[in-house]
Design a protein around this ligand. Structure first.
Ligand SMILES: Nc1ncnc2c1ncn2[C@@H]1O[C@H](COP(=O)(O)OP(=O)(O)OP(=O)(O)O)[C@@H](O)[C@H]1O
Ligand SMILES: [Mg+2]
Length: 255
């Protein structure tokens, strides 16, 4: 695949320069959106983190969210995952308005998402195996299926040998691999990955990226947030949404 030469910021901190592989994105009104954001604003104690974000994402899209540190990338993924409430605006998932969803339907909706948090959020007093298995246990899967599936994702992320370890005894990179395994084990239709390779060496980062891309190929909608534009070099065809100071700065199609 042709390389995208993503050079670092040119004019100030907001503008990225790409050599090739990108073109301006034109929205197709006729496509079916799985995620829709209407004028979403998020403030933390009065300070803006997201400002009037409007966005349509189709089922099966691959989206790379870029932007400098503090741009609002994590906040965007967190409001989609319902880990944070929006201050203004609306979010629809498959036509369901997140602001109006009843608490009884929330667990089922959450299971449609797999989230890799930037700070991993593993449960410290549960083993690696238990952290990953919890997702399937909550979904009511059979123990034999859970064992097979959990060990399979741990093998693929290279963490099977440490399945009995507790997160605080792992390196940052190892914890990140477990966080990725946990996010995908339930085969969610939407994967939200916040800096999923931020703690990894180049080779492990590529393995994890390829792993996430496998789920994209199988039909999942994948959103990866990162300030590391070099990840785009190995990303598949998709859309790049660049945010800065809480606003969408530019949307481009990666060819
Ligand atoms: N829990 C919070 N309380 C207060 N302010 C917050 C909180 N979380 C984020 N912010 C602020 O919101 C803004 C956006 O933060 P966010 O974490 O979304 O940025 P980011 O693009 O993910 O940055 P990075 O690349 O460093 O991860 C920043 O100014 C940050 O300080
Ligand atoms: Mg972040």
């Amino acid at each position: 695949m042709e390389k995208l030469h993503a050079l670092a910021l040119d004019a100030g901190r907001c503008r990225h320069v790409y050599a090739d592989r990108v073109m301006e994105y034109v929205m197709d009104e006729n496509k079916n959106s799985i995620i829709r954001l209407f004028d979403v604003t998020k403030r933390y104690n009065g300070k803006l983190a997201l400002k009037d974000i409007s966005l349509d994402i189709e089922q099966g899209e691959f989206i790379f969210i870029s932007g400098p540190s503090g741009a609002g990338k994590s906040t965007l993924l967190k409001v989609l995952y319902l880990a944070e409430k929006v201050s203004e605006g609306q979010i629809l998932i498959d036509g369901m308005n997140l602001a109006r969803i009843s608490s009884s339907r929330l667990p089922a909706l959450r299971r449609r998402f797999g989230m890799v948090f930037q700070d991993f959020k593993l449960i410290p007093n549960r083993t690696v195996y238990e952290n990953v298995a919890l997702v399937l246990e909550a979904a009511g899967e059979k123990p034999s299926f859970i064992r097979k599936k959990v060990m399979h994702v741990l093998r693929t992320t290279g963490m099977d040998k440490k399945y009995k370890a507790f997160p605080p005894t792992l390196s940052g990179g190892e914890q990140q691999k477990v966080a990725v395994a946990r996010a995908v084990v339930g085969e969610p239709s939407i994967i939200l990955a916040d800096e999923p390779t931020g703690s990894l060496d180049t080779k492990s980062a590529q393995t994890i990226l390829d792993f996430l891309m496998e789920y994209h190929k199988k039909g999942a909608t994948v959103l990866i947030a990162s300030h590391n534009l070099h990840l785009l070099d190995s990303a598949v065809r998709g859309r790049n949404i660049e945010i800065c100071d809480g606003k969408i700065n530019r949307t481009a199609t990666m060819l």
